[in-house]
Structures are given as C-alpha cells and as structure tokens.
Design a protein around this ligand. Structure first.
Ligand code: SF4
Length: 365
C-alpha cells in the first residue's frame, strides 16, 4: 500500500484498512460515483483508485461544469463571438471545447474578440473598458457559481453593455435523473462539497429515501474522499443508507440561504440540457423576466445543426458508464493538447484527470 502522497499517512492507512474491512463484507461489486470534478481530480491525483479493494469501483459523474455544457450552448457562443461589436468573456476551459463550428479558440484565431476572465467580478471591469461594444459572459456552472453570477448581474446594470448567455445547471435534478436511468447502476454517491455549501444537505434526501443508496457530502482532500468511501461501504454493510454530511467544516445543514436568495432573485429554474444526460426537467436556470433584456441568446438568429465531436464518449463518461481509457480515442486521438471532447479539455474533466495521472500509473499509453 503506497501512502507516499498523503500528508497524514497514519490516518490514510487507517481509512484504507477500514475500506477493505467493510468491502470484504460485501459479496458483490460496488460502484461509487464522485459527482464533482474536484473529487475526480483528488481521486485521480492521489491514486486512490489503486488503493481500492477489488470489488470497489470508483466512477466519475456529471459534476464538471464545462463537461456537461452541451454543444448547442457552445454553438450559440460561437455565433455570438462572430457578431460585429461583440466580445465574449468566459472562463478559460470553455475556450478549447470543440463545438459544431470549431472552438472559441479557433474563433479567436479568426479575429473574434474572446477574453478569458477569472471571476464574474472581472466582467464589470471588462464592460467598463469596452464601452461601445457588447460584452457577453458565458455563464456556466452549478449552484456554486450561480450566486456570484447573480450578484454580478445585479451590478452589471450600472455598466450597461453586459449580456449573459446562461447555461447554469442544478445538481440535485441531475443526480435524480442519473439514478433513474435504466443503464446506470450505482451503490453510493460522494456528493459535491462546494455545491452543498450553498444548497445544504436536505435537497439530497431522495438519494437514500427514493433510491436506497448512501450519499456522503465530502471535502476535497484525499483523506476526505477516503473517509466518504469508508462511510458509504459501512452503510452498505449495515443496510442503512442515508445522506450524511462529512464536510461539516464548510457545509452547514441549511447551506447558505443568503447565496440562494441572491441566486433566486435573478434566476428561475427551467429545463436544462446536459451533455450525456439530455434534457432534465428543472435542472437549468434562466433569467427572471425583469432581467430577460440581458439574455444574450435573444441576439442569436442563426440556426446551427448540432454536430457532436465524432467518436467522443463524454456522455458515457459523465454517466459513469465508461472509464476514460475505454474510449477508443483516449490518448491516441484525444489528448490535452488535441482534445476531442470537453472531458479532456476541462481541468475538472475525468478524461484529462486520467490522462495526467493514471495513464502512466495504470500502464496505459
Ligand atoms: S477521451 Fe476524449 S474523445 Fe474520449 S470521451 Fe474523453 S474527451 Fe471524449
């Protein structure tokens, strides 16, 4: 058991022993999904997969915002980028994701004005700097980022030239859709810490009540993740699935009501389209009527036939049906330098994490 990467090797060793102890008492394969892309990186970076018992499989879920953003959203972003007088502001990862009409990076090479920003707050400064142009922010992400964007929208009125292409998504409806899918068979969930800091614990109640599996809200260190896995296995052994909060140092049971209030003052739920999962009822956010003038999608009249990246299996990766190396393109025709799909582009994507950390470790080329 190699514990070199752990700050506290005694705790890590103890947790891994607990995991093996409980796993031995489960006479079948167990599949545990980490919903969040940050957990994916923690698992992959620390080599946790290699510490698991034979019957425990860790799979990634739909918790990488860039990865779940559908091609149709990117097509719209590129249509906007090609309009005269429009500047696109976005987070870095989205720039390299292929769409039906190339990537935003390619649009930049063609002379389109695309700016990478690091927080929604940078947007206000950009809007002021580019008076006379329309600045369109690509608003993606989950409950974690939506409150910050909502606060920026409230302030953007003073600037006057900022619009929003809104692709925000809500995690609980996606988990519910995933667990309802016939082809998906999960035994436990590691629930996202950042999202939970906003929504709290209660919205996940259906995980154990309706689907009868454990869910553990977890922090992001490898030790947090190991503790969550041990908790899930213990619950499976005792046959007492419930949702627990193992990340009490950050997540309060009620979440952050103030952040939710700001979010709800600007956005309302709508059906959302997810890469891999399709349209999920109530899983998206759109601007409330008083803010609809700021909706950049109103500018797009061009109808683009959506073309998905050929051969890319991101949809299956995001449902935990496929480990990235099982995609025929992984590492050969799809690498971080030449990505075919968002799961290889994004810093939170499963394919990128496997490529960076597990390709060599697992003997994959
Ligand atoms: S390896 Fe590349 S092509 Fe395959 S699923 Fe991942 S991102 Fe898509």
């Amino acid at each position: 058991m190699n514990m070199d990467g752990f700050q506290d090797q005694t705790i890590a060793r103890d947790l891994v022993q607990r995991i093996h102890f409980w796993a031995r008492r489960i006479p079948r394969k167990v599949t545990i999904m980490e919903v969040c892309g940050t957990h994916t990186n923690s698992i992959s970076g620390a080599g946790l997969r290699g510490l698991m018992p034979e019957n425990v499989r860790l799979v990634s879920g739909p918790g990488c915002p860039v990865c779940v953003t559908p091609t149709s959203f990117l097509d719209m972003a590129i249509s906007l980028a090609r309009m005269p007088g429009v500047t696109i502001a976005t987070f870095g990862d989205l720039v390299r994701v292929p769409s039906s009409k190339g990537s935003l990076e390619e649009a930049m090479a063609d002379g389109c004005d695309v700016r990478v920003i690091y927080s929604p707050r940078d947007l206000l400064a950009l809007g002021k700097e580019l008076r006379g142009r329309r600045v369109v922010f690509l608003a993606i992400g989950f409950e974690t980022t939506a409150p910050g964007v909502a606060a920026t929208i409230l302030e953007s009125e003073k600037v006057g030239n900022i619009l929003f292409l809104v692709g925000h998504k809500l995690i609980p409806p996606a988990i519910e859709a995933l667990l309802s899918a016939e082809e998906v068979n999960l035994d436990g969930l590691i629930l996202p810490g950042h999202v939970s800091a906003i929504i709290g614990q209660e919205p996940y109640g259906f995980v154990s009540e309706r689907f009868g599996i454990p869910g553990v809200i977890a922090g992001f260190t490898p030790l947090d993740v190991l503790a969550a896995i041990a908790e899930i296995l213990q619950q499976l052994v005792f046959g007492s699935p419930k949702v627990v909060n193992n990340y009490g140092r950050v997540v309060r049971p009620e979440g952050n009501p103030r952040a939710r209030e700001v979010m709800a003052s600007v956005f309302e739920p709508c059906d959302g389209v997810w890469r891999g999962l399709g349209e999920i009822r109530g899983s998206g956010l759109r601007l409330r009527p008083p803010w609809r003038d700021l909706d950049a999608s109103r500018l797009v009249t061009e109808v683009v036939e959506t073309v998905e990246p050929k051969g890319c299996r991101c949809g299956d990766v995001l449902k935990g049906l496929l480990d990235p190396p099982e995609c025929p393109l992984f590492g050969l025709h799809c690498t971080p330098e030449g990505p075919r799909g968002p799961c290889m582009v994004s810093s939170e994507g499963a394919c990128g994490a496997w490529y960076r950390n597990e390709r060599i470790r697992g003997g994959l080329k």
